[in-house]
Design a protein around this ligand. Structure first.
Ligand code: ADP
Ligand code: ZN
Length: 438
């Protein structure tokens, strides 16, 4: 039986009614801060929320209008700032996966609060001060670098700020300092495995036992694949720069959904078309209200990420609700000859096939009036062969397996193990070459 450890037991196992009371108190604080920003001063007053006293119960959250990514962009640079400029000590910006970056400012207390959430998340996976933590993710404006770095130090681990990329150097650091825990994108972890083979790095020469994988969607099969290939425990880490960064929701040792730290964030799931709340447990767009940042308040922020809450409590004893694995964003959806397709649907199939290697790319093109979907897939090293007949049979098998769930007939291209491009940051899985309508 696992003995679960809590970083902040009082809060992590707090009963739900106390937790809700705490949220209400913090929501009033967040509204008070928001009213000091140029953006919310206008937006909240228009909605009749001209004072934190308007918020009497948590249901009053619904009186607050949503905030969207374009609001943040329009408010650039200081429309969302609630404190004097000389009080802010850091800024971060989103990696801009889907457009112009947005900027978030922190004061000293904001950084301390955020760090505590990351430390809590790391600790929930069973890590402690004896661990050596190699943070194999991009540092800089992206929050995953400094966010995990500070959280790791808070736990008391030895933190190696290796940054992303350069696998040869990563292996050297792992060996030299006995790295036990790493943080990376799931695609980089798969790449690390391919490189280990290529460079002849023996698993026994490394002390790795855990990995935090996040920043991009991945399926349960991908997790299992990384766990099997690298012989480690993989924990799903979710965060976004608008909500500080990592440490928003994280898996505990039960690895069955990500605990949303509800004393720091209020989570709602809405239908992205009607904007109404979905029924308990259903999937929809995650909307988050930040309860832990003073300098840049964000209320009812539409993340565009698709998820839903598990309804049953978690065996670890934490009372904070768990989010289901995030499958993608509302704006990731591809429409191919009128059929809706999420890249995660392809990933699920690819990663569940033992014949498929660790990397794939989705290419969409126009052929005459029709859209053409091609899936480029690396083949497992055990299977790659020059025998054209065998390769064709494999291609056909993959094509059929893909076609069944997605109802689109894809073209399949097989590629050698380790030959498709790997990015150091978030991996771009889709290349949409169709001409854009202007
Ligand atoms: P950008 O919005 O430019 O990509 P961020 O670095 O803020 O910049 O990225 C946050 C986004 O990354 C989330 O909104 C989500 O779409 C994605 N993401 C982060 N962690 C996960 C995860 N564990 N699973 C799926 N998606 C994730
Ligand atoms: Zn749990």
């Amino acid at each position: 039986m696992t003995a679960y450890q809590y970083w902040n037991p009082g809060v992590e196992t707090m009963n739900r009614s106390e937790l809700k009371a705490l949220q209400l108190e913090k929501l009033k604080w967040a509204v008070k801060n928001a009213l000091r920003t140029p953006f919310y001063a206008k937006r909240l007053k228009e909605a009749g929320v001209d004072s934190p006293d308007v918020i009497k119960t948590l249901d009053d959250l619904r009186r607050i209008p949503f905030t969207a990514k374009h609001d943040l962009r329009n408010g650039f640079p200081y429309g969302f700032l609630s404190v004097p400029k000389d009080e802010i000590i850091r800024l971060h910006a989103s990696s801009g996966t889907t457009g112009t970056p947005t900027t978030i400012y922190f004061n000293r207390e904001d950084i301390a609060r955020w760090t505590a959430f990351v430390a809590r998340s790391i600790y929930a996976t069973g890590c402690n001060k004896t661990d050596v933590f190699q943070n194999m993710i991009t540092y800089g404006l992206f929050t995953g670098g400094l966010g995990f770095h500070a959280g790791g130090e808070e736990v008391g681990m030895l933190v190696i700020p290796s940054g992303a990329g350069n696998t040869a150097r990563q292996f050297r650091l792992m060996r030299d300092f006995g790295t036990t825990v790493v943080h990376a994108t799931p695609s980089f972890l798969l790449h690390v495995e391919s490189k280990m083979r290529e460079e002849g790095v023996k698993r026994e020469s490394l002390k790795l036992r855990k990995a935090f994988a996040g920043a991009e969607p991945y399926s349960e099969d991908t997790r299992k694949r990384i766990e099997a290939l690298l012989a480690i425990d993989v924990y799903n880490s979710y965060g976004l720069s608008e909500m500080n960064g990592p440490g928003v929701a994280f898996e505990c040792q039960c690895k069955n959904g990500l605990h949303l730290w509800e004393d720091g964030y209020i989570g709602e799931i809405i239908n992205p078309d009607t904007l109404d709340p979905v029924k308990e447990g259903e999937t929809g767009e995650l909307v988050l209200t930040c309860l832990c940042r003073e300098a840049t308040p964000l209320l009812r922020y539409r993340t565009r990420d698709l998820s839903g809450f598990y309804t049953e409590p978690c065996a670890c004893g934490r009372t904070h609700r768990r989010l289901r694995r995030i499958t993608g964003r509302t704006d990731d959806m591809l429409i191919i000859n009128g059929v809706n397709l999420f890249p995660s649907q392809i990933e699920e199939v690819v990663m569940s096939m033992k014949e498929a290697g660790n990397n794939y790319l989705i290419v969409v093109e126009k052929e005459g009036v029709l859209d053409r979907l091609t899936v480029r897939i690396e083949v497992s090293p055990a299977l790659f062969t020059d025998d054209a007949r065998l390769l064709n049979a494999l291609k056909e098998k993959i094509r059929k397996t893909l076609q069944a769930p997605i109802t689109i007939n894809p073209r399949v291209e097989l590629h050698e193990y380790g030959s498709l491009p790997v990015s150091e940051g978030k991996t771009k899985r889709v290349q949409d070459n169709r001409p854009k309508d202007i």
